[in-house]
Design a protein around this ligand. Sequence first.
Ligand SMILES: [Zn+2]
Length: 305
Amino acid sequence: MGPGAPGVSGSGADLRQRLLRKYAEKGLLVMTVVDVNVDDVIVALFEVRLLLHLMRRSRTWRNTGKLLFVRRVNRMSMRVYGRPATSWLRYAKNLDNDWVNKSVALVKRFMARSSVVVIEDLDPQRLREKLRSKDPEKAYLFSTWPVAKILRRIRAVAERAGKLLVVPPNYTSSICIKCLTLMEHDEGKWSRLRCPKCGFREDRDHVAVWNLAKSALVVLGFHYLDTYLGRSIKAYKEAVDALTPALTRALSQGPEPGPGVSEEGGEASSPEPSLSSRPARGDLGEGANEPSSDDDLGSQRGPVQ
Ligand SMILES: [Zn+2]
C-alpha cells in the first residue's frame, strides 16, 4: 500500500488532488469512514486538521435475533413438512433489506458533511475472509448477501457524488491505536481487543474505524508530510507493511491468544503519544437501530495523533 496503490476509484487521481488541495488551503479535511461487518455497519466522521479527530460515530445493527428465530422456524418446517417456511424466509429477507437501506441512508447523511467516503476494497473472497476473521460463528449463521449489497450500494452512492476513496484491506482492524502493535482478542471475546505491549483495550470496531481513517491518509499521501500528523501516518504505514505477514496468519486465529501474533512492527517503538482523552466506552449506542438524525453517538472529541 502506498501513494501509488490503486486506492482511488474512477476519477481517482483527481479526487486525491482535490482533497489534498482542500487540506492545504483550509487546513481541514472531513472524512466519512465506513466499516461493514456481518451484523453491523459503523459509520464515523473524522476531521483531519493538524491532528486526526473522531467527531461522531453511529451504527446500524442487523436484526440477528429475529433472523435466528426465522432460521429455527425454517428448520422445523423442513423437518415436519419437508418444505421451507417461505413466508418466514421472505420476512427475514425484508429485515435484511431494511438494514441495507438504513445503512446506506446513514452513510448518505454523513457524506453530506464530508469530502470523501472511505471504504475497504473488499471483493467477495476478501469479504468472506474478513467476516470470518471477525466472528466466524456469525459469518456461518447469517447470509452475507446483505453485507455485499451494502458495500455495493455505498460505493455507488459515493462514486456518484465523486467522493469514493477505496483503501486496501490490510486487515488493519487489529493494530493498536496507541503503539501500533498487533492486538489480541481480549478475554476470548471477538468484540474486544487488547494490546499485548501497552495494555490498551478497546472495542474492535473502534480500532477498526481509526485504522481505516489512517489507511485513507496513507492512500492520500499524508505520510509524506513533515508534520506531526504526517510522521504518525508514516509510522502507521511502516507498521502495517511490517505486520502484513503476521496479520495474514492472525486471520485464521480465534480469540485464544496464540503464537505468532504478538510480533511487533519495525516502528512499534515509535514515540506515539498516549491517548489522553479517549472517549468513554459504552457510547456506541447499543441497540440504536434507527439511523435517525439524533441517535448519533454524541460528539467524541479526542485529539489523537
Ligand atoms: Zn499498544
